[in-house]
Every structure is written in structure tokens, then in C-alpha cells.
Write a protein that binds this ligand. Structure first.
Ligand SMILES: [Zn+2]
Ligand SMILES: [Zn+2]
Ligand SMILES: [Zn+2]
Ligand SMILES: [Zn+2]
Length: 483
């Protein structure tokens, strides 16, 4: 633990003026109280974004620094129904992207810049930095606010009544437990004991309840392992709520249509085969490799106990969604059992649990390996597909001479910016009776290139894009557009 975190814990534990927020109230509620606070806060952020701030100057400035939401959260926010609001952001981001990609293209072409190699390298580096986010995505930032909730929890445990309530509550999810234990370890041994005892009790109770089956037991086991999923709420309420709606949404499955997915993901051996699929081929290769991993994990654990690798929160939920054949209960039980015995000599040992080891999520590793694999295969400049902006930047930073791609993408963004302008023009009451066409999907198409393709695991998202005109790139016919 660094000195700053240590000071923060000491302050939370010793100051009589410290305010523990909603934590004393939340610890008596079902599920991880830190997840509950975080998910509720995220819903409020989204509420205000949609209600009034999406078109305000501070938000526009914020989005231009972080290039919109990250890939994961862009498509979550689309699912929450904020498509129009995101299109508003995509209009100026696509203009910004077109201009900066033009500069990157110029820097990448040796014939245009000439001069010293170092000068050219500096120009390429500056141009690629200008296309990278300076700040994290607003929802990632909100989720990271859980550090404060953990301090609030430690402060609450100093109160006897609240400590008693916590002792019979559900305890924390795995990732929040690991962080709370890390914060408490040198500074607050009494609080660590309380956290650990509640955690053991809760894991045992969840395992015992798992035999009973049912969606609730299913969701609870998963939430204990992974934490709550960020569930974008279409109708987020602003009244002070206990997060019950957020909890329900968080546990809901988003079943993956495996049959459809199989038709979308050919076991592509070549980059050119991937380039024929909808969306950014590098995003697709990542999904292909993750899907292979999930299929293997589910096959290995069919009815059998054993330990599963430590998947991160996002990817545990993706694995959950991938299992439409309902083989999961044994998988989750074995995951939970392996956590229960982790770092302990025996399941009935009452000593405090050790802090779990750091996550090495194999699905996150598969993403990185897929990017490396795509780079090794190469051949991007001749492919018909367009690579998304984050992937293009990482290719350039890896030394790929991607000037054809940068030029192509700059053209596409310029065309998309005009299409979005047309979309907004037709929203004006004076022109609203004009027939509407392809421009309606321009915002989504821009997001797919600004932040990464919508996940193939979410069929409805991919289809809503394909339904408005498809994805493939036709160079030269319309000055560059997605058709
Ligand atoms: Zn949690
Ligand atoms: Zn994010
Ligand atoms: Zn991509
Ligand atoms: Zn992961």
C-alpha cells in the first residue's frame, strides 16, 4: 500500500469528523455494499448525462479528452437507450478524428515529411498521442470511485452496532474483499478480522444455497465471485433508492445466441477472412479468441468440479452469458469452492483469510494475445475492412506502417461527420418531414470506429447496426463511407 492510501485509511479510522456516506445504511442490504453504491452512482451519472449534460460545454470538453466512453461502456450506454446523446458526441469526435488522422497519415508517409528519421518518428508519436485518450472514460472513472466506498466501509466497522449488522450481512464481492483486506491489513487488524469472518460465513452460506438452484442463487454466487455487473438502466430513478433495481438488473442474464455467434465467428485462420466479418477485424479476432476460451472452459467444467481461472469481473459475466445450455451451476460452485479454500489449509479453519492473489484474467490475456497475433499476420493496408481508431493507434505505436489505414479512416470519419450533420438537420422541425435514410445509423457507425466494434456477444447491437446499411468499406465510390 502506498503512503497516500495508508494516510487515507488512518484518517478514515481515526477522525471523528469522518463521514461514512451511505455505507452504514447499505451494509444491511443484500449483496456487496460497495458494488451497490457503485452501480447506483453509475446509474445517476447516466441519468444526468441523458437528461441535461450530454450537450453541455464541460461534457463536450470531457469527451474530447477521453474520446467518448470506452468500448465496453459505449455499448452499455447504447443499450441504456442513449443513442441520440452519443450521436451528439460522435459528431464532434468524428470531426476531431478526421483532422488528427490526416496529420498522422502525413507523418507516417516518408515521402511527404522527408527529413531526419528522428523528426519523423517524433511527428508520428505526437500524432498518435493526439489520437489517444488523455483521461479514462466517465463510467470507468465513476466505477473507480469505489476506493472511497471501501474507506467508508472500514470507518463504519468502527461502530459496534454497524459491525454487528455487517457480521450477518452478505459481505463483499471477491474483488472488493481483496482491496478492502489490502487496505486494512497493516493498519486495522480488528476491521480485517470482521471483514474476513463475514466473508467466510457468506461464502459458505452461498455455497449451501447453491444446491437449491434458481436464478437468485445463480446470480448471488456470481455476484460474490465477480461483483455486480454495471447494468445500464433505461429508466434510472434519481430518488434515494436502496439499489434494489440496480441489483435486479445486475443479476439479469443477457443470453448469447450461440448458434448465431457461431455463424458470425468463423474459426478464421487468416486476417483476410476476419476482414470480411462486420466491424473492426482486430476487435473480431479478440472476440474469436475469447469465445474459444469460454467454449473450452465450459466444456471442461461440464458437471465436473475443479478450479476455474480467475476471470475479471467483465469476463466472468461474459462467460455467464455464453452458457445458454445452463451448465453453469456446477461451474460457479467449483469457482466458489476454489475461492473458499484459496490460501487456507482447510475449509473449517477459522483463521483470517489471506488476501487473494492478484487477478490474471485469461480472457484479458487472450485479448492482448489476439492483438499481437493480428499484428504478426499483418496485411492490413490491402484489406477491405476499416480498423477502429483505438486499434489503429496501437498498431502505429507498435511500428506498423499503417498510413493507408490512417488515410482511409480519416476519409470515413469525414463522411460520417457529414452524415451525422444530416441526421441532426432532419431532426429540425422545418425538415422533419423529409424521408430519413442511412444517416440514422451514422452515429452508431461512428461509435463503432471511435471506440471499437459492438460485441458479437450482443446480437441485438450488431443487428441494429447491420440493419441500417451494413459495415463494409467501399473505397473511392463515395469518397469513403461504410456501406
Ligand atoms: Zn463488490
Ligand atoms: Zn469505461
Ligand atoms: Zn478494433
Ligand atoms: Zn478479463
Amino acid at each position: 500500500m502506498d503512503a497516500g492510501s495508508r494516510r487515507a485509511v488512518e484518517q478514515a479510522l481515526s477522525s471523528p469528523d469522518y463521514f461514512a456516506g451511505d455505507m452504514p445504511w447499505l451494509i444491511a442490504k443484500p449483496g456487496c455494499p460497495v458494488c451497490r453504491a457503485t452501480v447506483e452512482r453509475t446509474r445517476r451519472l447516466l441519468f444526468w448525462y441523458r437528461e441535461e449534460s450530454y450537450n453541455s460545454a464541460p461534457w463536450i470538453e470531457r469527451l474530447s479528452r477521453c474520446w467518448g466512453f470506452c468500448r465496453q461502456h459505449t455499448w452499455d450506454v447504447v443499450t441504456a437507450g442513449a443513442r441520440h446523446e452519443l450521436t451528439f458526441g460522435a459528431e464532434f469526435l468524428s470531426r476531431q478524428a478526421a483532422a488528427r488522422l490526416g496529420r498522422l497519415d502525413a507523418a507516417l508517409r516518408p515521402d511527404r515529411t522527408g527529413g531526419l528519421r528522428q523528426t519523423r518518428e517524433a511527428a508520428v508519436s505526437a500524432a498518435s498521442v493526439a489520437l489517444s485518450p488523455e483521461d479514462p472514460c466517465p463510467i470507468c472513472t465513476t466505477l473507480a470511485g469505489d476506493a472511497r466506498d471501501l474507506l467508508d466501509l472500514l470507518h463504519s466497522l468502527r461502530d459496534r452496532q454497524e459491525a454487528e449488522q455487517y457480521a450477518v450481512a452478505d459481505g463483499l464481492c471477491e474483488s472488493h474483499y481483496a482491496r478492502a483486506a489490502e487496505l486494512a491489513t497493516p493498519v486495522a487488524p480488528a476491521e480485517l478480522g470482521l471483514l474476513s469472518a463475514a466473508q467466510t460465513r457468506s461464502r459458505r452460506a452461498t455455497l449451501a444455497a447453491a444446491g437449491a438452484g434458481g436464478v437468485d442463487a445463480y446470480g448471488r454466487q456470481l455476484s460474490l465471485i465477480a461483483g455486480w455487473r454495471f447494468g445500464p438502466a433505461p429508466q434510472a430513478s434519481l430518488s434515494r433508492s436502496d439499489g434494489a433495481a440496480a441489483e435486479r438488473e445486475s443479476f439479469a442474464a443477457h443470453p448469447v445466441d450461440r448458434h448465431w455467434l457461431k455463424t458470425q465467428i468463423p474459426r478464421a485462420a487468416s486476417f483476410s477472412a476476419l476482414a470480411l466479418m462486420p466491424g473492426c477485424p482486430l476487435c473480431r479476432l479478440r472476440e474469436l479468441r475469447r469465445y474459444e476460451l469460454y467454449t473450452d472452459l465450459l466444456a471442461q467444467h461440464q458437471g465436473a468440479a475443479g478450479s476455474l481461472p480467475r476471470l475479471c469481473r467483465v469476463h466472468v459475466w461474459e462467460l455467464f452469458d455464453c452458457d445458454d445450455e445452463r451448465r453453469l451451476p456446477p461451474v460457479w460452485s467449483s469457482l466458489l469452492e476454489s475461492r473458499l479454500t484459496e490460501g487456507r489449509p482447510a475449509a473449517d479453519d477459522e483463521r483470517p483469510m489471506v488476501v487473494p492473489p492478484a487477478l490474471h484474467c485469461p480472457a484479458c490475456e487472450a485479448n492482448a494475445a489476439a492483438d499481437a497475433e493480428a499484428l504478426e499476420k499483418g496485411g492490413f493496408n490491402d484489406a477491405p475492412a476499416v480498423v477502429c481508431l483505438p486499434h489503429l493507434v496501437s498498431m502505429v505505436q507498435a511500428g506498423e506502417p499503417a498510413f493507408e489505414l490512417a488515410a482511409k479512416l480519416a476519409q470515413v470519419f469525414a463522411a460520417l461527420n457529414q452524415e451525422i450533420g444530416e441526421y441532426f438537420r432532419k431532426l429540425d422541425y422545418r425538415f422533419s418531414n423529409e424521408p430519413k435514410g442511412r444517416e440514422q445509423s451514422a452515429g452508431l457507425r461512428a461509435l463503432a470506429l471511435l471506440n471499437g466494434s459492438p460485441p458479437l456477444f450482443r446480437r441485438e447491437l450488431v443487428e441494429s447496426l447491420s440493419a441500417c446499411g451494413g459495415w463494409s468499406y467501399r473505397a473511392g465510390t463515395t469518397g469513403g463511407s461504410l456501406s
